[in-house]
Design a protein around this ligand. Structure first.
Ligand SMILES: NC(=O)C1=CN([C@@H]2O[C@H](COP(=O)(O)OP(=O)(O)OC[C@H]3O[C@@H](n4cnc5c(N)ncnc54)[C@H](O)[C@@H]3O)[C@@H](O)[C@H]2O)[C@@H](O)CC1
Ligand SMILES: [K+]
Length: 506
C-alpha cells in the first residue's frame, strides 16, 4: 500500500470525480457509507449513545452522512456542529440540509465552551472535526473541546484523521489532538500513522478503499510504501529442487566479546534458520567452545585476542558479511571492522557495536561497499546522523545519509522504516513482545542470510524485516508478548516462510 500526502489525495479526489463523472457529494456519500458500514458491523444496532462531532469542512460532511445513515438504522445519535468558522464547504451544507430534513434530529451548534455537551465515559464519540484539510493546530475553544473529548474516557472513532493531527508534517505535541481508539482512514494510510511521535494518536486503524482512480494513484510518487504480504511474496525466491548448499551462499558473521557471545549465537541461528547455505563465525577466542557446542551447524574461526574481536581471517572469501553484534567498541574491534571493510567489495550488514564504531570513526563510513545495510535502533541512529527535531526531519536526514554513502539504512521501531536513498518502505508486521534483548541480533542474521542467498540488499532488508515481524507474531500467538525471547523469533522463521508461501485463501 502506498502512502500519499494530503495534497496528493485531494488532487486524486478531484481527478476521480471528473473521470468517474460523479459529484463530490456522491464521493462523500460513498466514503461515509463505508465508515457507516464498519460502525454498523461492530455495533449491530446496540443502543449506545453516539455523539458525532462535525467540523464545517468535508470531514464534517462525512460525519453528517454517517449521522444520517446511523439514524436510518435507529441508532441513538446526537450531532454537534463544531462551528469554528462560517466558511462551510458545499458538501457539508448539502448534507447538513439532508440531515435536518430527517426531522428527528436537531444538530446542536457549538460556538464556544459554554455550548460543550456533557460527555460520559460510556459514550461512543465519532470525531469528524478536522481531516486532511487541517492547516494549523487546533486553537481556542476548539482545542479545549478536543481536550474535553480526550479526558472523557469515551471511546473515540476518528474519521480519516484524528482531529488536530497533520497527515504529513510534524504536529506540535503540545497542541490539542484527538487521541483516537480507532481511525477509519480513506484510500491510503497517512505518514503520521507510522511515526513514533504521532502513531499513538491514531489507535488501531483501517483503510477504506473509496474507489479513487487507480490509474492516477499509481502514477503518484508515494511518500513511502507500506510492506504487505503481497510485496513480501513478490520478493521471495522459491528454492529450486536441483540445488545444493553452495547455491545459498556462505555468510561470515563477525562479532562477540567476553560475556556477549550470545548475540553472535542469535544472529547465526537466525541466519541458518533463514536458509543461508553455510555460516562461519569470526569471534574472539573466548567464544570458541561456546559456539561450537551451542551451534554445531556453524563453523568457527577465532582471532588472536582472547576477549575481543581482532583482525580479519586470512584468505577467506565469503559471499557476504555481517558485523557488530556484541563486538564492543575497543580499538581492536575498530581495526577488525576496518580490516574487513578494506578486504571486501560486497555489500555488508553492520549492526550494534559496528554502528557505534562507525559513529566514533566517521571516516570508516566511506569504506562501506555500495548498498551495504545499516540496522540502527533510535539511539544508534542518533549517534550516526546527529539529533533531529521531529520524526519528519529524522526521515529526511536518514534519506540524505543513505544517499551520501549509497547505503540502505533501517530505522528500527514499532514500525521499522527501510530507507534506500529517496525510497522508503514501512514494515507493518511484528508486535511489542519483540522489544526484547537480542531481537535486533536476530534481525541482522535474517537480513544478512537473505543477502548471501542472492537477494539484492534492498530486497533482503524489506523481506527480512517483514519475516522477522511475522515470526515474532507467531511467537506472540503461542507465548504472549511478555514471554517472547529473541531465540523464539529465530525458531519460528520456518513457519514464517511457510505462511509467506501459502495463499490467503488456503
Ligand atoms: N470529495 C472529497 O474531497 C472527499 C473528502 N473527504 C473528506 O474531506 C476531508 C478533507 O476536507 P476539507 O479539505 O474540507 O478539510 P477538513 O474538513 O479537514 O477541514 C476543514 C477546513 O478547516 C479549516 N481549518 C484547517 N485547520 C484549521 C484549524 N486549526 N482551525 C480552524 N479551521 C481550520 C481549513 O480551511 C479546512 O479546509 C478528508 O479528510 C475527508 O474526511 C471524503 O469525504 C472523501 C471525499
Ligand atoms: K477527524
Amino acid at each position: 500500500m502506498r502512502i500519499l500526502t494530503a495534497e496528493q489525495l485531494s488532487e486524486a479526489d478531484k481527478i476521480s470525480i471528473k473521470k468517474q463523472q460523479i459529484s463530490s457529494e456522491e464521493l462523500m456519500e460513498k466514503a461515509a457509507s463505508l465508515v457507516f458500514k464498519e460502525i454498523h458491523n461492530r455495533l449491530q444496532t446496540a443502543q449506545i449513545p453516539i455523539k458525532i462531532f462535525c467540523g464545517i469542512g468535508n470531514n464534517g460532511g462525512d460525519g453528517l452522512v454517517v449521522a444520517r445513515l446511523l439514524m436510518e438504522q435507529a441508532y441513538s445519535v446526537e450531532v454537534f456542529i463544531v462551528n469554528y468558522s462560517d466558511k462551510r464547504s458545499e458538501d457539508f451544507l448539502s448534507n447538513f440540509q439532508k440531515l435536518k430534513n430527517l426531522d428527528r434530529v436537531r444538530p446542536v451548534l457549538i460556538n464556544s465552551e459554554t455550548d460543550f455537551p456533557e460527555i460520559k465515559s460510556g459514550d461512543f464519540i465519532i470525531d469528524a472535526i478536522f481531516g486532511i484539510g487541517l492547516n494549523r493546530p487546533a486553537e481556542g475553544w476548539v482545542a479545549k473541546l478536543i481536550d474535553r473529548l480526550n479526558e472523557s474516557g469515551a471511546f473515540k472513532l476518528s474519521i480519516d484523521m484524528p482531529s488536530g493531527l497533520f497527515s504529513d508534517k510534524p504536529t506540535d505535541p503540545d497542541s490539542s489532538i484527538i487521541h483516537a481508539d480507532f481511525t477509519l482512514s480513506f484510500q491510503t494510510p497517512k505518514m503520521s500513522f507510522f511515526l513514533p511521535e504521532s502513531m499513538d494518536y491514531v489507535g488501531d486503524f483501517q483503510i477504506l478503499d473509496i474507489g479513487l482512480d487507480k490509474e492516477y494513484l499509481a502514477k503518484l510518487k508515494p511518500q513511502a510504501v507500506l510492506v504487505s504480504k503481497g510485496i513480501a511474496q513478490s520478493l521471495y525466491k522459491p528454492r529450486r529442487k536441483n540445488s545444493h548448499k553452495g547455491d545459498y551462499g556462505h555468510l561470515l558473521i563477525s562479532g562477540g566479546s567476553y560475556g556477549k557471545m550470545g548475540s553472535v549465537n542469535l544472529t547465526a541461528t537466525a541466519a541458518l534458520r533463514t536458509g543461508c547455505g553455510l555460516c562461519t563465525l569470526y569471534i574472539p577466542r573466548c567464544g570458541y567452545e561456546i559456539l561450537q557446542t551451542n551451534l554445531p551447524e556453524a563453523m568457527v574461526l577465532t582471532g588472536d585476542d582472547q576477549d575481543f574481536l581482532s583482525g580479519y581471517p586470512e584468505d577467506f572469501e565469503p559471499d557476504g558479511l555481517c558485523f557488530g553484534m556484541g563486538a564492543g567498541t575497543s580499538d581492536k574491534a575498530k581495526t577488525a571492522l576496518e580490516d574487513m571493510l578494506k578486504r571486501t567489495k560486497k555489500p555488508v550488514l553492520v549492526d550494534a557495536d559496528g554502528l557505534n564504531i562507525l559513529s566514533e570513526n566517521k571516516e570508516l563510513l566511506k569504506l562501506l561497499p555500495e548498498n551495504s545495510v545499516l540496522t540502527p535502533h533510535p539511539g544508534e541512529l542518533k549517534r550516526l546522523i546527529g539529533q533531529w527535531t521531529d520524526d519528519f526531519e529524522k526521515l529526511e536526514k536518514v534519506k540524505k545519509f543513505s544517499q551520501k554513502y549509497k547505503i540502505i539504512v533501517l530505522v528500527k521501531g514499532a514500525y521499522t522504516f527501510i530507507v534506500n536513498r529517496e525510497e522508503v518502505y514501512i514494515n507493518n508486521s511484528g508486535n511489542p513482545g519483540m522489544a526484547t534483548a537480542g531481537s535486533g541480533d536476530v534481525l541482522s542474521g535474517v537480513i544478512a542470510s537473505l543477502m548471501v542467498q542472492g537477494y539484492s540488499p534492498l530486497s533482503a532488508a524489506v523481506l527480512g524485516v517483514y519475516q522477522h515481524g511475522v515470526s515474532g507474531d507467531i511467537a506472540a500467538s503461542e507465548k504472549g508478548y511478555e514471554a517472547i525471547m529473541a531465540s523464539d523469533i529465530a525458531a519460528n522463521m520456518g513457519i514464517a516462510f511457510l505462511r509467506l508461501t501459502e495463499s490467503d485463501e488456503a
